[in-house]
Design a protein around this ligand. Structure first.
Ligand SMILES: [Zn+2]
Length: 495
C-alpha cells in the first residue's frame, strides 16, 4: 500500500531584542558562559519576571506580516518539566491563549509560491544551553550555559500542511527571509536563532485520519530538516510496509552521519501541568497598538517580488535572488532608477554579490562604499555601449577602493574608453584589410559575420573600444564598399 507523509513544523525564532524576555540581562549571542545572568533568569527564589515589550512588538510585527489574527488579551502559562538547562523547572510560555492565531506564509520561487497555513504564534522564553558530553580524563560530563535562559522566543506552529521534505526546506528559507526582512530576528540557524522541530506521520494515500507521529527535535539547518525528514519517512514507511507500528517518540537526527536516535518517548500536554503564570498579568495589546504596528510594516518580500517582476521585467529567479534581503532589493531598485533595469539586475547579482560573498560585510557596508547611484552611473554607460564590459569591470574594481565617478576613475588610471571615431578608424580599416573574405560574405548579405568583425576590432582595442561606435564605423565602411566606393588604404604596418 502506498503511504503519504504528513508533516507539521514548530519553529523557534529568537527575537532580536536588547534585553531578555523577563529581565534586563543582555540577550546577545557569544558572551562568555554564565555572564549574562541575574536572579530572574537563573530562577532564584523570590525573583519576579517583568515583560519585555520590545519582544511583544517584534511578535506583533511578524504575526501581522503573516496575516494572523491578533488576540487583544493573551496569557502566559507555566510549562513544567525538569531539565538541567531549565533553572526554574518550568518555562514561561503561552498555552491556550496565544498572541497570534492562524495566518499563512507563502514560500517558493517568485510567482510560483504556495501558501502554508499556520496554527499559531506564541511568545515564550528560551532555555539555557547544554553541551554534552564533554570529557575530562575518562569521565564524560555535561556543561550548561545560562546566558540563553530567558532570551525571547517566538514559537510558530504550522498546520500539518507539508507532504514533502523539500516543501519544509522552502518554508524555512521563506521564514528566515521574512524574520530578517522585518528585523525581528537575525534568523541564523547555526547560532540557534532559528530552530525547528518537525512532526511527521504516514497514512495510506488518500486517507483522511492521521497516522501516529514522531517528532524530530532541534533541527538546526535547512539541510538537516530536509535530510532528517527524508530519513524518518523512509524508516516509518519500512516499518508500516513490514506490518509494524510506529511508536510516538521524540527523535534526534545526526546530519553528519545521517542517523536517527530515539531521545525519549513523547510527553502529552497533561504531563506538563500547564497553569497560568501567577507572576505576570494578562498581556493586553489594544486595537490602536495593533493598527500602528500594521502601518509600520514594510512592503513584504513576496509582494515586492511580484512588483519587481511586473515593473522591471525580471525573471522569477532573478527576483528571488534580489529579494533574498530587503537591503539588496533596495539597492537594486536605487540602481535601476538610474540605469537600465535588466542590466542593473545582472550587475547587482554578479558583481555586487561576488564582492559580498568574497568579503565579510553586509550590503549596507557595500552601499556605503559604492552607493547604488554610483554603480547605476557605470551600468548606464555600459547600457549606452559607451564603455565595453571588460573595462567596466575594471572601473567597478576601482570603485571599491577609490572615490570618484566613472570619468574621474578612467582619467586617474590613464585609461579612456576608446570612443572617438578618430581613435578607432585605423583599427577598423586594419580588420577589414585582414579579413577580405569575411567582408565579401557580409557584403553578400551574411550579416551574422558582422559580429565577428566587431569582435576583431574589440580585440585589437584590448577591450577598450565602445562596441556601439565600432558597429557604427564598420557599418559605415561596409556601406561605402557596397555602394562601390574605393576602399581607403589600410594603414601600413611596420616601418
Ligand atoms: Zn536575567
Amino acid at each position: 500500500m502506498a503511504h503519504e507523509a504528513v508533516i507539521g513544523l514548530e519553529c523557534h525564532i529568537q527575537l532580536r531584542t536588547r534585553g531578555k524576555m523577563f529581565c534586563g540581562c543582555p540577550a546577545e549571542f557569544g558572551a562568555a558562559p554564565d555572564t549574562n545572568v541575574c536572579p530572574v533568569c537563573l530562577g532564584l527564589p523570590g525573583a519576579l519576571p517583568r515583560l519585555n515589550h520590545a519582544a511583544v512588538e517584534a511578535a506583533l510585527r511578524l504575526g501581522l506580516a503573516l496575516g494572523c489574527a491578533i488576540r487583544e488579551e493573551s496569557v502566559f502559562a507555566r510549562k513544567h518539566y525538569f531539565y538541567p538547562d531549565l533553572p526554574k523547572n518550568y518555562q514561561i510560555t503561552q498555552y491556550d491563549r496565544p498572541l497570534c492565531l492562524g495566518g499563512s506564509l507563502p514560500a517558493g520561487e517568485a510567482g510560483g509560491e504556495r501558501r502554508y497555513e499556520l496554527e499559531r504564534l506564541h511568545l515564550e522564553e528560551d532555555t539555557g544551553k547544554s553541551s554534552h558530553p564533554v570529557r575530562a580524563g575518562d569521565r564524560p560530563f555535561s556543561l550548561v550555559d545560562f546566558n540563553r535562559a530567558g532570551v525571547p522566543l517566538l514559537e510558530l506552529v504550522t498546520r500539518p500542511v507539508f507532504r514533502e521534505p523539500a516543501e519544509c526546506a522552502a518554508f524555512l528559507a521563506a521564514l528566515r527571509r521574512l524574520v530578517r526582512w522585518l528585523g525581528v530576528s537575525d534568523g541564523d540557524m547555526e547560532k540557534g536563532q532559528l530552530r525547528c522541530d518537525a512532526n511527521v506521520s504516514l497514512r495510506p494515500a488518500g486517507a483522511v485520519a492521521l497516522g501516529v507521529k514522531t517528532e524530530l527535535k532541534n533541527l538546526n539547518s535547512i539541510r538537516g530538516v530536509e535530510k532528517g525528514l527524508a530519513a524518518e519517512i523512509i524508516r516509518q514507511r519500512r516499518l508500516l510496509e513490514a506490518g509494524g507500528r510506529v511508536e510516538q517518540a521524540a527523535l534526534l537526527y545526526d546530519v553528519e552521519h545521517d542517523r536517527l536516535a530515539v531521545m525519549r518517548s513523547k510527553e502529552d500536554a497533561q504531563d506538563y501541568r500547564y497553569f497560568p503564570e501567577p507572576d505576570l498579568p494578562v498581556l493586553r495589546v489594544e486595537g490602536p497598538v495593533i493598527e500602528a504596528a500594521r502601518a509600520g510594516l514594510p512592503e513584504l518580500p513576496w509582494t515586492r517580488a511580484a512588483r519587481l517582476v511586473a515593473r522591471y521585467g525580471l525573471s522569477a529567479h532573478d527576483v528571488s535572488v534580489l529579494c533574498e534581503q530587503r537591503e539588496l532589493a533596495d539597492y537594486y531598485e536605487a540602481c535601476a532608477a538610474v540605469a537600465e533595469s535588466r542590466l542593473s539586475a545582472r550587475w547587482v547579482m554578479t558583481e555586487v554579490l561576488r564582492v559580498l560573498h568574497g568579503r565579510t560585510g553586509s550590503i549596507g557596508d557595500f552601499a556605503a562604499r559604492v552607493p547604488a547611484v554610483r554603480l547605476g552611473g557605470l551600468v548606464g554607460r555600459v547600457a549606452a555601449k559607451e564603455i565595453p564590459g571588460p573595462l567596466a569591470k575594471r572601473v567597478f574594481a576601482w570603485m571599491l577602493e577609490e572615490e570618484g565617478g566613472v570619468d574621474e576613475l578612467l582619467a586617474r588610471h590613464g585609461v579612456r574608453a576608446m570612443g572617438a571615431a578618430t581613435d578607432l578608424r585605423p583599427l577598423v580599416l586594419e580588420v577589414l584589410g585582414e579579413h577580405e573574405g569575411v567582408v565579401a560574405e557580409v557584403l553578400a548579405g551574411n550579416s551574422r559575420m558582422l559580429d565577428f568583425l566587431v569582435g576583431q576590432v574589440m580585440k585589437k582595442s584590448r577591450g577598450q573600444a565602445a562596441p556601439l561606435i565600432v558597429q557604427e564605423l564598420l557599418a559605415g565602411e561596409l556601406a561605402r564598399r557596397a555602394a562601390g566606393e574605393a576602399p581607403p588604404r589600410a594603414p601600413e604596418v611596420g616601418p
